[in-house]
Design a protein around this ligand. Structure first.
Ligand SMILES: [Zn+2]
Length: 238
């Protein structure tokens, strides 16, 4: 006799269709098997891109380095959404993947497991958008992508940012130094100009003094003195 299934497929608040507990599930129960034909990684890549352009559900399960279960042609487990604080996880038994309850699950609760999604290359904003998580858990990391991959990318991003910031700082410092140098140069130039001007003024002053020492002026001076003397003399005569 086949046991009554633990699950039911319904519309999910997280994304598209979801899988829910049809009845209470005890922790440690194998709820459902993730079924579908086993395909090569290459085939899976092709399917993956088709899936993304289609309804957006990730319906592939990496079995090992070279093989993937194509959930598109499999059973209900393909509808299980990703969750960042999951009540299930996957358990591999040979070539079989089971969805295992890791908590006691109440009737009606949505079953979720952490996809630990593996993506190749840089996790750009675009990639992030593609695999955004809307599980709604307080522990939600905002992405279905494996936490360790996100961490690695975050570290890389931070390093890059630090490098960029350091470069920017260096550039700014260089600019500041250049400006200072320029200002210093200008100051020196101005000081030189001032000295030159002052020198000219001095020359002018000294030439003025020269006039005072002019023999003509001296003559006039002495003439005046002579006139005075003459006047005094005439006064004495009177
Ligand atoms: Zn989440």
């Amino acid at each position: 006799m086949k046991a009554e299934p633990y699950h039911i497929v319904r519309n999910s608040r997280i994304h598209g269709r979801g899988v829910f507990a049809k009845r209470p599930i005890r922790k440690g129960t194998r709820v459902i098997e993730y079924t579908g034909p086993i395909v090569s990684e290459k085939e899976a890549e092709k399917i993956g891109s088709e899936v993304i352009e289609g309804h957006g559900h990730t319906m592939l399960f990496q079995l090992d380095n070279k093989r993937v279960i194509n959930g598109n042609k499999g059973g209900d487990a393909r509808y299980i959404n990703h969750g960042c604080d999951p009540n299930c996880e996957t358990e591999q038994d040979g070539d079989h993947i089971f969805i295992l309850a890791i908590k006691n699950i109440k009737k009606g609760e949505e079953l979720v497991y952490d996809y630990h999604l593996q993506v190749e290359g840089k996790i750009t904003d675009e990639v992030r958008k593609e695999y955004v998580c809307l599980c709604g858990s307080p522990k939600c990391r905002g992405s279905q992508i494996a936490a360790d991959l996100l961490e690695k990318q975050a570290k890389k991003d931070a390093k890059k940012k630090n490098k960029k910031d350091a470069k920017k700082k260096k550039k700014l410092e260089q600019k500041k130094q250049d400006l200072l140098k320029k200002a210093e140069k200008k100051k020196k130039k101005d000081a030189k100009k001032k000295d030159k001007k002052a020198g000219k003024k001095k020359e002018k002053n000294s030439s003025k003094n020269g006039k005072a020492a002019d023999p003509k002026a001296a003559v006039t001076g002495s003439k005046k003195a002579d006139l005075k003397k003459k006047k005094e003399k005439s006064k004495k005569k009177n």
